[in-house]
Design a protein around this ligand. Structure first.
Ligand code: 13P
Length: 271
């Protein structure tokens, strides 16, 4: 099933899909082992830096072939991209979904750039996600005046025709300093204003009860990235500290297992 159809299906069931970023073979395998174990679908995300790191075709084929091998329903999604040219390369390489992120631009400009991406993606029949308002990027702080405005969300979706919309309601990328507080009233209003599939960015570190409430109020896709990297590297560091082993095939699976355990928790949280 196409991702845009799956998101609609999940939206009707008042559930969400988990979208997790992968960075290498091990993180990809950890995510997919979790999905396999729980027999649940998952969205595999790649950012431009991960594409540069792994190589675009290698990255896509890795996600696809591991999904096939582990019999997991998955989709490959391009996370946060502000370049139409990269989006075109990903579409040509067979991505199921792309995100055009012009959220740092003024409203009208964001609409115009997003329209371009939607137009480009049309003949590929894929899911298109955009962002309105601004979910702070890594290292930046929340600014309430950049939260998504419900009336603008309606206009934005009507004008662009995006399937999925990332909204700013108090989440941020990376770890939080204190307890994250999501503006649930705003989310409710946005959900009532538009029927686009809403996306919660910055899922790392948001307590389970808040994620569940956000799903109840209309979030259909929940993104988790930072916790994947953190879990993998922490596990690796602790294994290496107490081992002289040089056979990486004995070391890496333990870090992959840590990612698997994390993703199982996240999959249960959203399903
Ligand atoms: P975190 O890195 O905070 O989990 O955010 C993930 C995300 O939203 C990817 O787009």
């Amino acid at each position: 099933m196409k991702l845009q159809q799956k998101l609609k299906q999940v939206q009707k069931q008042n559930k969400a899909l988990l979208a997790t970023n992968y960075y290498n073979f091990e993180t990809c395998k950890g995510i997919l082992l979790a999905a396999h174990e729980l027999k649940l679908p998952v969205i595999l995300q790649l950012t431009k830096s991960s594409l540069d790191y792994m190589g675009l075709r290698t990255a896509v084929r890795l996600g696809r072939s591991l999904s096939e091998e582990l019999n997991v329903e998955s989709w490959i999604h391009l996370d946060h991209c502000d370049e139409i040219e990269t989006i075109k390369r990903c579409l040509d390489a067979g991505f199921d979904s792309v995100m055009i992120d012009a959220s740092d631009k003024p409203f009208e400009e964001n609409i115009a750039i997003t329209q371009k991406a939607v137009e480009l993606a049309k003949s590929y029949d894929v899911n298109v996600e955009a962002e309105l308002g601004s979910v702070p990027k890594l290292g930046l702080d929340l600014e309430e005046d950049k939260f998504t405005k419900p009336d603008e969300a309606k206009l934005f979706v009507d004008e662009t025709g995006v399937n999925a919309l990332a909204v700013a309601i108090g989440s941020k990328h990376g770890f939080y300093k204190g307890e994250p507080r999501l503006d649930m009233d705003r989310l409710k209003e946005i959900q009532q204003a538009t029927n686009a599939c809403l996306v919660l960015h910055g899922g790392s570190g948001i307590p389970e009860s808040s994620v569940k409430k956000a799903i109840e109020l209309g979030m259909v896709k929940v993104n988790v990235a930072t916790e994947i990297k953190d879990t993998f590297i922490r596990a690796l560091k602790s294994i290496l500290q107490s081992s002289e082993e040089i056979d990486l095939r004995k070391i890496f699976p333990k870090a992959t297992e840590a990612v698997k355990i994390l993703v199982e928790e996240k999959l249960k949280m959203v399903s």
